[in-house]
Design a binder for this molecule. Structure first.
Ligand SMILES: Cc1cc2nc3c(=O)[nH]c(=O)nc-3n(C[C@H](O)[C@H](O)[C@H](O)COP(=O)(O)OP(=O)(O)OC[C@H]3O[C@@H](n4cnc5c(N)ncnc54)[C@H](O)[C@@H]3O)c2cc1C
Length: 428
């Protein structure tokens, strides 16, 4: 290579500007590391979908001094969520106040707004570069570092780093090129989702649409989650069994809207006003599981969905990507002192701390999927009884809410489940 074509060099190159990457860069930027973040998207475009920032994510934002700024961004604060049956009868109200930790609430937000906030904070560091429209393609690793190859504006470019971080999502190219073994599979069922903008005159709406209560309606082989992400935006997810749109819409879109309207009166009208009158207008959100044997190799480390995409039943993917970043940041900071290439051994403390946590969330999510997505009448009856029972036993509710909050994973034991079932079937 001639001096004229000298290759750009950074301490860290991150492929993918997901929440994991942005959180990691926010932890490491004040330490002075040179960081390049590449993302193939042209910008952080609105996704118009809703996600929950759980107490775990709130604690991380507080640590980064960004929580107050997030609270100035449009969001809805949830102290509890309601679980209802197919007839709209309350099964359980799960209140964050019952959980451990300093935050008795979660924030529902449109994720791109949060990404913007974290990216804006990075823009004050001249040694951190965020490059959109940059498609990471290839890598080579040798003792002088990692060379990352990416495409931008029709050109192929390369950059040298001491470590390449893969935050490039469930179909991670970094993971593939680093030959990291494990399971990458989609769940049998997916979701249809939609974002609804309410009219300015909120008083004209039905209370069920206007109010911001977060409600999960669980029926046989049906789930409908309706919640608010700001004063005028609502978001919903509907289970799409077997990912079969044709079957789901076999009686027409109107029949689907009317069914959802029985749960949330006024929903159908708002959905129609938002242009949801054709099956194609419902966006499919597929659900993946990534469960790997390792998260790092010489010169390469994964985080977020690239390492552990999980079922949204646990509402944790974004929060766990942030936790990856929090745990990885000090490990990387130390490892970067050790030479031109960050070796796998130096990254092991991160992998050892994080894989067991995400594995237990996978186990929990799989169990929830079996129970929540079921159409078997016995399972449905047992599920409804267990929900009622959990609501009657404070120690079990505490476990559930703490786990969903993400600060500690406390799955129910077999004995807990028997107690919940008994309390639901035979209230004292
Ligand atoms: C229906 C649904 C609901 C969810 N609800 C919640 C919730 O309530 N709470 C929660 O915590 N989580 C939730 N999640 C999960 C959450 O969305 C993800 O876990 C989270 O966004 C993952 O973040 P990440 O950092 O892994 O990056 P990702 O969001 O996966 O972003 C990856 C980035 O990499 C970029 N990229 C990919 N390949 C390349 C390449 N070759 N070169 C350059 N760039 C590349 C992409 O453009 C993208 O910007 C939900 C998920 C789904 C599907």
């Amino acid at each position: 290579m001639t001096p004229e074509t000298r290759i750009e060099a950074f301490d860290i190159v991150i492929s993918g500007a997901g929440i994991g990457a942005l959180t990691l860069a926010n932890y490491l930027a004040p330490l002075g590391f040179k960081i390049l973040i590449l993302d193939r998207r042209p910008a952080f475009d609105p996704l118009h979908r809703g996600e929950l920032v759980q107490p775990l994510g709130l604690a991380i934002l507080e640590e980064l001094s960004l929580l107050e700024a997030l609270k100035q961004t449009p969001h809805t604060l949830y102290r509890s969520f309601d679980f209802l049956d197919d007839q709209g009868r309350l099964l359980m109200r799960s209140s964050y106040g019952m959980g451990e930790g300093p935050y008795p609430y979660a924030l529902a937000i449109e994720p791109h707004l949060m990404d913007h906030l974290l990216a804006k904070n990075l823009s004050s560091y001249s040694h951190v570069v965020l490059r959109h429209e940059s498609d990471f393609r290839d890598l080579t690793v040798d003792s002088s570092g990692v060379t990352a190859i990416y495409g931008r504006g029709g050109e192929t470019r390369q950059v040298l780093a001491r470590v390449l971080v893969g935050d490039d999502g469930r179909h991670s190219r970094v993971r593939e090129l680093a030959h990291i073994p494990g399971t990458v599979e989609s769940y049998r069922d997916s979701y249809l989702g939609g974002s609804l903008l309410l009219p300015e005159d909120l008083a004209s709406l039905t209370p069920a649409v206007r109010e911001s209560a977060g409600r999960y309606f669980l029926g046989p082989r049906s789930i409908f989650f309706f919640f608010s992400v700001s004063e005028r935006r609502r978001f919903f997810l509907v289970l799409l069994p077997e990912r079969n749109r044709e079957k789901f819409f076999s009686k027409g879109v109107e029949a689907v809207l009317e069914k959802l309207d029985r749960h949330v009166p006024g929903f159908a009208e708002i959905a129609r006003k938002n242009g949801l009158d054709k099956a194609e207008d419902f966006v499919e959100l597929s659900v993946w599981k990534v469960d790997l044997e390792r998260w790092c190799a010489d010169g390469v480390v994964l985080l977020g969905d690239a390492a552990h995409a999980m079922n949204p039943h646990v509402a944790q993917g974004r929060n766990q990507a942030m936790e990856d970043a929090r745990v990885l940041a000090p490990v990387l900071a130390r490892a970067l002192l050790s030479g031109p290439l960050v070796r796998r051994e130096a990254l092991l403390p991160y992998e050892r701390a994080r894989i067991p946590v995400t594995r237990s969330l996978h186990r929990l999510a799989d169990e929830m999927t079996r129970v929540w997505n079921s159409g078997n009448p016995l399972v449905v009856r047992a599920r409804e009884a267990a929900f009622r029972g959990i609501g009657r036993i404070p120690s079990l509710e505490r476990k559930i809410v703490t786990t969903i909050g993400g600060t500690r994973i406390l799955p129910l034991t077999l004995w807990d489940k028997i107690r919940a079932l008994a309390a639901g079937l035979f209230p004292s």
